[in-house]
Design a protein around this ligand. Sequence first.
Ligand code: GLY
Ligand code: MN
Ligand code: MN
Length: 451
Amino acid sequence: MHYHLCPFVADTRMTESIAELYGAHHRTLRTRHSHALIASGYDWLVIYSGNAHPQFLDDSLCPFRANPHFKTWVPLPEHQGGAIVVGRDAEPRLVYLQPEDYWHSPPADPAGYWTEFFDLRTARDDSQVISALTGLTGKVAVIADDTAPAEIRSLGTLNPAKLTDLLHFDRSTKTEYEVECMRRANAIAVRGHRAAEAAFRDGASEFEIHMAYCSACGQSPNELPYDNIIALNGHGAVLHYHEYEHDRQPPRAFLIDAGASYNGYAADITRTYSAANDDFAALIESVDRAQQEICQNAQPGVDYVDLHRDANTRLAQVLVDHKVLECNAETAIETGLMATFFPHGLGHYIGAQVHDVGGHQATPAGDQRPPPPEHPFLRLTRTLQPGTVCTIEPGLYFIGMLLDELRNTDAGKTVAWKRIDEFVPFGGVRVEDDIYVTASGNENLTRAAFK
Ligand code: GLY
Ligand code: MN
Ligand code: MN
């Protein structure tokens, strides 16, 4: 079996536009960091990029993803051992680690549209990085994980909540540069989704589909923002299914949740397919229609908790329409049985992390708005604002463990169990798009990329 490779062709116009957008992004970051430093009483912030964790009892390294704070400043999602220093009113400094090393290929010289915005210092080893970070006068904060050398972690207060809460709150409003990065991440991921669908229809195994996806995106699994979910048939009922079976199965159903990265920003996309024009295909179509209506309603000023509740009701109606439930949608909501079929949240913020920070943060000061008790897995409880980028990912699943719990309850009496048996071999349906909320409505970054 052969799948086409279609490498991503960078065109100059696209590069120019991202360069123009980066300047304004950088200025916004400076303003936000300056305000956050003043409000939290710090003079300087050191942001360490991080290092790959070694595997236990081995000198091999785990996959690496840079500190998201670092990635928002510089498009270096793979840079290890470097740091950025931000002051209240100083040009940000980038300490760029470029070791002299014959075991690995050292990072290339920093180049591109973003370099002119930094006081650039190249370091050849950790001790030079540490030297380039010491001597800051005043109160210092450090944002770093436990891969940072002790000398860097102790340069000041480590990960102070007052400062990180302010920065995390701000990150929920994306700059134009960030949105453009996510548009491009979506365009890359869509190439993978097309190749994956073709491979599924050709009868490929999960492993082969996964490879076809990565090839078409031109991204290795470590470059993707999260582990692909490539689920054939009943595997679609496993919410975080991360196996890649090598055996080919007669293709029946296919759920793919797979993204891509651009400059460290994520796309997060799910599609579900049925091999035949059957009842499962009709169920997918209904979920897809409901999903598009929910996307339409993701408008500025809308409370995401209300959007989740509305999605739950729409999905209950889909189950009634497809004769899975013998009660009406209101009863399905009242009895709580939708937790069996839609056991996750409607979506989450997305950005430099696939599950971006601040989804429960009610105020810049860090007050939390937890999800309602009946929807404990909802990752986003905030009101949508212009600049929000979030996912909308309703789903309906036939999960053995949850169905068994429901079977002998009163609510279980309203379920058409024969119908369930018909759907179990298909696993489940999820449809997921990335939505950019604007002042006047929204832009569906994913559907635009599929067009
Ligand atoms: N792919 C992870 C998620 O959809 O949240
Ligand atoms: Mn998602
Ligand atoms: Mn997803």
